[in-house]
Design a protein around this ligand. Structure first.
Ligand code: SF4
Length: 97
């Protein structure tokens, strides 16, 4: 049985980053007490927003690696109570909306 094996160097690129040299992360902050329960966020971004039993909207997740439709929800909120922060690698935060 001929079992020759040729060892080769193989470069493997693992995409650890998608925004420069770091993984972008985002935090969602909602002033829930000011929610007027119109459901706009849940209709525009059902992946992360729902209407809770008390009638007010809530996010499913408040920390995200991908904003997805959350910016649409924040921009459409009629009372501007959905805020999104970008969390930088050094721990500082930048408010996006
Ligand atoms: S869009 Fe704003 S006001 Fe409307 S349900 Fe969502 S968080 Fe509440």
């Amino acid at each position: 049985m001929n079992c020759s094996y040729k060892r080769e160097k193989v470069k493997i690129f693992i995409p650890l980053v998608h925004n420069g040299d770091r993984m972008a992360k985002y935090k969602i902050v909602q002033d829930r007490e000011s929610c007027i329960a119109d459901g706009v966020c849940a209709s525009l971004c059902p992946d992360n927003w729902y209407i809770a039993d008390d009638g007010l909207a809530s996010p499913v997740k408040t920390e995200l690696d991908d904003l997805g439709c959350n910016m649409d929800a924040a921009q459409a909120c009629p009372v501007n109570i959905i805020h999104i922060y970008e969390i930088k690698e050094d721990g500082s935060q930048k408010q996006l909306i």
